[in-house]
Design a protein around this ligand. Structure first.
Ligand code: FAD
Length: 506
């Protein structure tokens, strides 16, 4: 009884968190949800994917012979799947991942239903923003003091690593990585005081917060909007280009890893193979091009996860939610608009680096999902259409927020949708796939129905600063299960993300 009361309180708080999150203005979960469909074959055209030459790996491995077997099969080629390949390559290089058969390589394959990186990562808002203290009070009341600090630490770690890799590898400019900072804009005094309370609590909890507050007058004089602001660290980038470079780099890390990519190869089902041993293939993935035998499987399918794992359909699993983005030309030059990314009034946006032939930048703007009305784009994987009501709000958003800097009535140069993966607690599932969730000890070697299958998915619209680190954790778990070693959590990883520490049972 007590357990149910606690669960009820937690879910109530989680709904409140969803309702106030900038990325999730309305996420009404139902008592039951159907499993997600496979990705649509004719998605809307995203600026990131459909700009000329932007996706050189679009159709990689889509013809010819399909890889027949692998030690690690990764389903999905977004930031999670490709980060996992990158981490796997590093574990192989450091000789931590045992070569299963003497003299042969470790084999890994990424299977992608559509073009390379054509899910949320190729269709998002381009913000790489680690939350500095946003929602601290709610997160602390839901998960406790220590876990709350780790919610922010995992994002700090993830973003720092992504930036380090891009810079050290010399492709930061190629992926348009801009350290423009981030501004939360607050329209009402109640929004302002809520953020100020989060700020105070984060400091009281021991977080070293990096933030500067701007009055309405300062914001108006500097940026042309008469609202309050708080500036924190943040980046914006071209997500598909980042993932493309990371994949290319993963190929080069070690010759001991045989890494393949097959696009246009949807996995339609997963069935047990004959073995229970991690060094032998335990699972058969079925695709329209044939079968792939796998020792370990990683579900990096985010909003689509419940297609292959129907027991993870909501409300306590992962629910697909559609989100909309426009690329719209500003009427003012970059020096007026700055390079910062912004969040506020249910929108998130940033001015892209100026193209040589233009005098004003293209601005990427997403959000406004509440304009869709009930059920607020929840429960759909259809990114082949846009929502007209959301489109109207997005078109008016910037001219209203920054009078004179954007032309009213300006049509976007591109408009598209993508599918996010929401969870009732707004946090991802990271770890072994379980048939139901319970607070069992973290023993990866316990027999489960899905032994050898792992997941990192359900980032609730805030995956860019989380997925890289979550993929690192889940690859370590795959390795540990392979070698029979106990998994030890990194100091920056929040325990509530773990699949076996969820109170919201399936
Ligand atoms: C419109 C929009 C705007 C967003 N804006 C931001 C933002 O600005 N900042 C931020 O931090 N986050 C943002 N997000 C969220 C962020 O994009 C995601 O959290 C993140 O990209 C998830 O990455 P992923 O690799 O887990 O999933 P995805 O990028 O969705 O990749 C999953 C892949 O799996 C493939 N797949 C699915 N099922 C199968 C199958 N059965 N077989 C084979 N392949 C399959 C899909 O085709 C897809 O390519 C946004 C999301 C959307 C949709």
């Amino acid at each position: 009884m007590l357990r149910f009361c606690i669960l009820f309180i937690l879910l109530g708080l989680a709904q409140a968190l969803s309702a106030s999150s900038y990325y999730s203005p309305q996420t009404p979960f139902k008592t039951s949800h159907k499993p997600a469909d496979l990705p649509q074959l004719n998605p809307t055209h995203s600026f990131w994917i459909d700009s000329l030459g932007a996706n050189p790996l679009a159709d990689e491995g889509s013809t010819g012979t399909l890889t027949d077997a692998a030690d690690v099969c990764i389903i999905g080629s977004g930031i999670t799947g490709v980060s996992a390949a990158y981490h796997l390559a590093n574990t192989v290089k450091s000789e931590r991942f045992p070569v299963p058969h003497q003299g042969t390589k470790v084999r890994a394959v990424i299977l992608e239903a559509r073009e390379f990186c054509s899910g949320a990562t190729g269709r998002n808002g381009g913000n790489l923003t680690p939350y500095e203290f946003f929602s601290f009070n709610k997160i602390q009341s839901l998960f406790g003091h220590e876990a709350a600090l780790r919610f922010y630490a995992v994002e700090d770690y993830s973003v720092a690593e992504m930036v380090r890799i891009a810079k050290e590898s010399g492709w930061a400019d190629e992926v348009d990585l801009v350290e423009g900072g981030h501004l939360n804009v607050m329209l009402t005094e109640s929004d302002l005081s809520e953020l100020q309370e989060d700020f105070a609590s984060a400091i009281a909890a021991g977080r070293n917060v990096n933030a500067s507050w701007l009055s309405r007058e300062e914001m108006n004089a500097t940026f042309g909007t008469y609202n309050w602001g708080v500036r924190t660290p943040g980046y914006n980038l071209w997500p598909l280009k980042f993932v493309t470079q990371l994949f290319k780099q993963s190929l080069k890390i070690t010759p001991q890893l045989d890494l393949r990519l097959h696009t246009h190869t949807p996995v339609t089902s997963i069935s047990p193979a004959n073995s229970a041993s991690p060094s032998v293939h335990r699972w058969t993935l079925t695709t329209p091009r044939g079968s792939v035998y796998c020792s370990s499987v990683l579900h990096a399918t985010n909003g689509y996860a419940s297609h292959l794992l129907p027991h993870m359909a909501g409300p306590s699993g992962i629910v697909p939610v559609r989100e909309q983005v426009v690329a719209i030309r500003a009427a003012a030059p970059p020096e007026v608009l700055s390079t910062t990314s912004w969040l506020g009034n249910e929108g998130y946006w940033f001015p892209r680096p100026l193209e040589p032939s233009k005098s004003t930048p293209l601005v990427i703007l997403g959000g406004a999902r509440s304009a869709a009305g009930p059920p607020f784009e929840v429960d759909t994987t259809d990114d082949s259409v846009i929502n007209g009501n959301v489109g109207i709000v997005l078109r008016n958003f910037l001219p209203e927020m920054f009078p004179g800097l954007y032309a009213p009535g300006q049509e976007p140069e591109a408009e598209w949708t993508g599918i996010m993966g929401f969870t009732s607690l707004d946090i991802p599932f990271v770890g072994p796939v379980l048939s139901s969730h319970s607070s069992t000890p973290p023993n990866l070697n316990i027999a489960t129905l899905y032994k050898g299958q792992f997941i990192s998915a359900g980032y609730a619209g805030h995956g860019m600063p989380r997925a890289f680190a979550c993929a690192e954790v889940v690859v370590q778990m795959i390795l540990d299960e392979f070698t029979g070693t106990e998994w030890i959590s990194p100091a920056w990883f929040p325990k509530p993300f773990l699949t076996w520490v969820r109170d919201d049972e399936n």
